[in-house]
Design a protein around this ligand. Structure first.
Ligand SMILES: Nc1nc2c(ncn2[C@@H]2O[C@H](COP(=O)(O)OP(=O)(O)OP(=O)(O)O)[C@@H](O)[C@H]2O)c(=O)[nH]1
Ligand SMILES: [Mg+2]
Length: 386
């Protein structure tokens, strides 16, 4: 690895860095693969709302939907890591039968294809206020399970209020869920029903509820090969993103200490940069960033990367070296330990930048990445990291 790095030009210019970042980001998204979810439930049960609460809104607004079978549309997220089969306007009965026929075809065809084309999980939504689970619904659920799809039963739009710090679920919803569970449908947890509410409602004090549990259940049924994509695609569980990013940082740190195994002069800290850019790109993908093509460009052109070799390499080296173990003693050379520590600090700071950026609305996110804000944020996190 070190020799490959050494062959790279010492002074990567802005354009070279921006294109390196773009390539690495592309690679990072590709290596995540794709998590495919099928979502069923009567029209108005809250499928779109639940998807928007758990995943990036881009799946609904910019994901290009195409009808794959009667009653079923497939949406692919622009970043490639999420595919949704949405049974929009679904009613059980004849339209359910048509879906099943088409679904059977899709499942058998994709099962012989690559992993990222398969359907990895299915959610079946039952709106709590329907207060009944018809025989037609039960047979539909059993039929999709019989196709080999892991099905999770979700009760949607459940009124949950917070009182004195405790959550109160509407008792009728609890009774209804118990009833459905008594049917022991062939689904996740032997017919277990996960209660959710995906929209806060100030009028009734209803709070968002059950999304983490639904996500956890989904991880339980999804094959390992699709879990990295799920981690990037979901926006509910920050812990899983952080853990995935930590693994990337660890790997980059090992590479960096290899590069620094032969101590390099501070002036050559740019040697560390390609590895750091790759790390930054992989972390970026885990956070599902950027959400749009425009912010991808501003990101690649951002101060961190284009100011880049300087910034992530020399700037950091000269400004932080004195805080680092061995920095003072080693004087003007970067040892393996220092290279690793620098890379780690950059990774951790970039995770914080991403954690912040995902909270921003699309338009603000774009200006965040294209202005000096990103540099200031990164700088600030880096300093607090020393
Ligand atoms: N309070 C609350 N309202 C919800 C929730 N989910 C959906 N709604 C409301 O219920 C209505 C229908 O939700 P959608 O998400 O469009 O339902 P859908 O299943 O996608 O419907 P189709 O696309 O027609 O099949 C909307 O007005 C939502 O605002 C929820 O979890 N809580
Ligand atoms: Mg919908």
């Amino acid at each position: 690895m070190a020799s490959e790095q050494e062959r790279l030009p010492r002074d990567l210019n802005s354009a070279a860095l921006a294109s390196l970042f773009n390539d690495e980001l592309q690679k990072a998204f590709e290596s995540l693969g794709c998590f495919n979810l099928a979502i069923f439930g009567k029209t108005g049960s809250g499928k779109s709302t639940l998807l928007n609460a758990i995943f990036d809104q881009a799946i609904a607004s910019t994901g290009i939907g195409k009808p794959v079978t009667k009653g079923l549309n497939y949406y692919r997220h622009p970043n490639g890591y999420l595919g949704i089969y949405d049974s929009e306007g679904f009613e059980t009965g004849t339209s359910g039968d048509a879906i099943l026929t088409g679904l059977d075809r899709i499942v058998s065809k994709s099962n012989s294809g690559p992993m990222d084309q398969r359907i990895h999980a299915a959610w079946y939504l039952i709106r709590w206020s329907d207060r009944r689970c018809e025989v037609a619904q039960q047979s539909f659920i059993s039929a999709i399970a019989a196709l080999g799809l892991p099905v999770i039963i979700v009760m949607s739009q459940v009124p949950v209020i917070q009182r004195d710090g405790a959550l109160e679920i509407h008792p009728d919803a609890v009774v209804f869920a118990k009833y459905i569970e008594s049917l022991k449908l062939p689904t996740f947890g032997e017919g277990k029903v996960l209660l959710t509410n995906a929209l806060p409602d100030t009028f009734s004090d209803t709070v968002i509820y059950g999304l983490q549990e639904l996500l956890d259940a989904t991880y339980e049924v999804v094959p390992l090969a699709a879990q990295a994509a799920l981690t990037a695609a979901q926006g509910v569980d920050g812990r899983r993103k952080k853990d995935a990013a930590a693994a990337v940082i660890k790997q980059a740190t090992v590479v960096a200490s290899g590069i620094g195994a032969v101590p390099i002069p501070v002036a050559d800290a740019a040697l560390l940069v390609p590895n750091q850019v790759a790390m930054i790109a992989r972390i970026t993908a885990i956070y599902g960033l950027p959400r749009s093509r425009a912010s991808a460009l501003s990101m690649a052109g951002s101060a961190i990367l284009t100011g880049g070799a300087t910034y992530a390499g020399r700037y950091v080296a000269t400004h932080l070296l004195r805080f680092l173990p061995g920095g003072v003693i080693a004087g003007s050379v970067i040892s393996g330990t220092v290279a690793a520590t620098l890379t780690r600090a950059i990774g951790i700071a970039w995770v914080k930048v991403c954690e912040y950026a995902v909270t921003l609305p699309d338009t603000e996110q774009e200006s965040f990445f294209s202005s000096s804000q990103v540099r200031e944020a990164f700088n600030g996190y880096l300093k607090s990291e020393k």
